[in-house]
Write a protein that binds this ligand. Structure first.
Ligand SMILES: C[S@@+](CC[C@H](N)C(=O)[O-])C[C@H]1O[C@@H](n2cnc3c(N)ncnc32)[C@H](O)[C@@H]1O
Length: 492
């Protein structure tokens, strides 16, 4: 393991030296030492439990401060790979491919070049595998338990397969190594693109941004706008016009950077104040945990943007023009504004709905009776949802703790604790041709690598369903509490 760590560190060092040579810098002054592109504002480190390898603040950083600049020549984009006329002319014949398929093909072309690729050092530092939903096996997908989530995972897997099928003839014409024609290689490249690209204005597939893609994720949070950290100070201290513009833009849209024509580079800014040593995070966008799992292969334990969807009556979808995506339960268990409005209208007799519409849209309660009806219906639906799922919150918690123990290499485990989820655990090991009775003696390092990886994906599936159930249970409690408040006895 120590050898592996040393190898990783050496790889990072090589990446940072290469990055310095190509002009990537975390310093405002252009004459930074060439041995590394970092050190002035950022440093690379491991942040266990918060994304792993990431970037830390090398000094105190102010909100809005430019922390990294990546020149256009360093960006791996479809445009930059197509500077090669041979690849460009072949690609021309496959116009039907989507921008993302084209970028995936370009990435595979660069991998195929090996050391002769301009991005060889960068490509060597990319993760070797991913835990995004497309990588989940049928059994791992089933562990999500919730129909909607299973559907999303199956769709993601199908999409990867069909994108690969659609690109195969171009890949063959490009005459790349047979190994890179395989679906496994496609899946790796597509998940690299899914989890690491940054937005550029000229290509909807985005760009691979060396070093810029080492920032781990934090959910966008409105409160950073009101931090006691005057933007003006940052603005005054930023000399270049582009920096000032970017700070303004980031203030409005809550993005942390972007491609700037004025300096022909990708510029990344601190989205809040950071103390020295703290991990500097980037907001890739607003995602639910299922979306994070689908596109990035991880979950945020406290995700303010998470949503839980429950089955609603088909009539409810018809009575308003609100989209299905707006009808959800929030992380604290409260129904979304739109879900509450829709339910208030839905339980209202059809003949009265029109006259109540204005009241409903303004967010007001129609009547106590209507409100209690809504809350009763919602509580019942939450209860049924939880009841119909194969395992309970308590069982899932036991399972997550058990998987954690396996992952940490705990040699001994008391399986009597597992109760009903013991069967799921058994199925997991037997599905990997490991005798379950032996599993108590299995230490993670000794498990075949494919089992270790599957364990990681399975844990994510169980953790996701646990988060889902937690939101539904909180909603049930919220409804019961509100009903109590509204009932006549509680008022006396
Ligand atoms: C753009 S990369 C960030 C750098 C990455 N950690 C690396 O070592 O290359 C995005 C990936 O980092 C991981 N990641 C980012 N933010 C995370 C977070 N808050 N928690 C867990 N994993 C995270 C996920 O694997 C994600 O797909």
């Amino acid at each position: 393991m120590a050898g592996e760590e040393e190898k990783t560190m050496a790889g990072v060092k090589a990446l940072l030296s290469w990055a310095a040579l190509i002009g990537i810098s975390d310093s405002h002054s252009r004459n930074s030492p060439l041995s590394s592109c970092l050190g002035h504002s950022l440093f690379v480190s491991d942040f266990p439990g918060a994304g792993g390898r990431g970037l830390g603040a090398a000094r105190e950083l102010r909100r809005g401060e430019l922390v990294l600049r990546v020149p256009k020549v360093a960006l791996l984009t479809t445009e930059s790979v197509l500077l090669d006329p041979k690849i460009s002319s072949l690609m021309e014949r496959h116009k039907h491919l989507s921008p993302v398929q084209r970028l995936i093909v370009c990435l595979l072309v660069e991998v195929d070049k090996g050391r002769s690729s301009k991005w060889y050092t960068y490509l060597s530092q990319l993760p070797q595998d991913y835990t995004t939903l497309s990588n989940f096996t049928v059994t791992e997908i089933k562990s999500l338990q919730v129909d909607d989530a299973i559907w999303v995972a199956e769709k993601a897997a199908e999409k990867s397969k069909s994108d690969w099928n659609g690109s195969l003839s171009l890949l063959k014409e490009l005459d790349i190594k047979p190994q890179l024609l395989k679906f496994k290689s496609w899946l790796w490249a597509s998940q690299t693109v899914s989890s690491r690209t940054l937005h550029v204005p000229w290509d909807e597939a985005g760009c691979l941004c060396p070093v810029g893609d080492l920032f781990n994720y934090d959910a966008p949070d409105d409160s950073v706008l009101y931090e006691n950290d005057e933007i003006e100070v940052a603005l005054k201290s930023c000399s270049s016009k582009s920096t000032v513009e970017a700070v303004n833009t980031s203030t409005e849209s809550l993005t942390d950077g972007g491609y700037e024509e004025s300096s022909s580079s990708y510029c990344l800014y601190a989205r809040r104040r950071y103390k020295q040593g703290e991990q500097v995070l980037l907001s890739y966008g607003t995602y639910t945990n299922l979306e994070l799992l689908e596109h990035y292969g991880f979950l945020l334990p406290q995700n303010p943007n998470d949503k839980a969807f429950i089955k609603l009556d088909p009539d409810l979808y018809k009575i308003t023009s609100w989209t299905n995506e707006s009808l959800y339960i929030q992380p604290d268990g409260t129904p979304s504004f739109v879900l509450l409005c829709a339910l208030r209208l839905w339980v209202t007799p059809i003949s009265c709905r029109k006259s109540c519409m204005q009241l409903v849209i303004s967010g007001s309660q129609i009547s106590v009776q209507n409100e209690v009806q809504v809350l009763n219906w919602l509580a019942k639906r939450c209860y049924e949802t939880l009841w119909n799922l194969p395992t309970t919150i308590k069982e899932d918690k036991i399972l997550v703790t058990g998987i954690d123990k396996f992952q940490k290499g705990t040699a001994w485990m008391d399986f009597s604790d597992f109760g009903p989820v013991l069967q799921e655990l058994k199925n997991f090991f037997e599905g990997h041709n490991l005798k379950f009775e032996e599993s108590k003696n299995l230490v993670l390092d000794e498990m075949p690598i494919r089992v270790r990886k599957s364990l990681e994906r399975w844990r994510l599936a169980v953790e996701w369903r646990l988060g889902y159930k937690d939101m539904i249970f909180k909603c049930f409690c919220y409804c019961k509490e509100k009903i109590d408040e509204l009932s006549p006895c509680s008022k006396s």
